[in-house]
Design a protein around this ligand. Structure first.
Ligand code: SF4
Ligand code: SF4
Length: 156
């Protein structure tokens, strides 16, 4: 049975918490700084010197992906040996596990800080090579990263 003392103790807890700083934020106007190792959408890294994808189409990321999310086609390349012609990420099935990033010998696919991925249409969430490169280029571009540090990381 609740006694008066228990109630006073309960109110004490309430008043104590009222004096604490709020832990909630006004998203999306306010955003938390994400931890450096946050795993958002996997993206393809673009070499800033050449403007080309770093990917050499070895296929390791697609092989290790537990959900078969990544598919690609490739062709021979004079400089890199091989290059991807198409590279598709089926984001709705992605587990954001990061295994593709770990398997990649070129650090050509990385987990970005992009997490706002909702859409009314499933087809909008199937990313092709150009889209993944655009997001990867975004990571490299420091000025744009600075403008949007809450969404996209600076991990490279
Ligand atoms: S994060 Fe995991 S599930 Fe998503 S593409 Fe990479 S390996 Fe596949
Ligand atoms: S593991 Fe890296 S280099 Fe190999 S296909 Fe995937 S992204 Fe390209």
């Amino acid at each position: 049975m609740t006694t008066v003392i228990d109630r006073i103790k309960g109110f004490g807890v309430t008043f104590r918490e009222m004096l604490q700083r709020p832990v909630t934020i006004q998203y999306p106007e306010e955003r938390r700084v994400l931890p450096p190792r946050f795993r958002g959408l996997p993206v393809l890294v673009v070499d800033p010197d050449t403007g080309r994808e770093k990917c050499v189409a070895c296929g390791l990321c697609a092989q290790i992906c537990p959900n078969g999310v990544l598919t690609m086609t490739s062709e021979p390349d004079r400089e890199k040996g091989r290059r991807p012609v198409t590279f598709t990420l089926n984001a709705p099935r992605c587990l954001f596990c990061g295994l593709c990033e770990q398997a990649c010998p070129e650090r050509a696919i990385v987990m970005s800080h992009r997490f706002e991925l909702s859409s009314d249409f499933r087809r909008d969430l199937i990313y092709d090579k150009e889209q993944l490169m655009e997001l990867g280029r975004y990571i490299y571009d420091d000025t744009r990263v600075e403008a949007d540090t809450k969404n996209v990381g600076t991990r490279i």
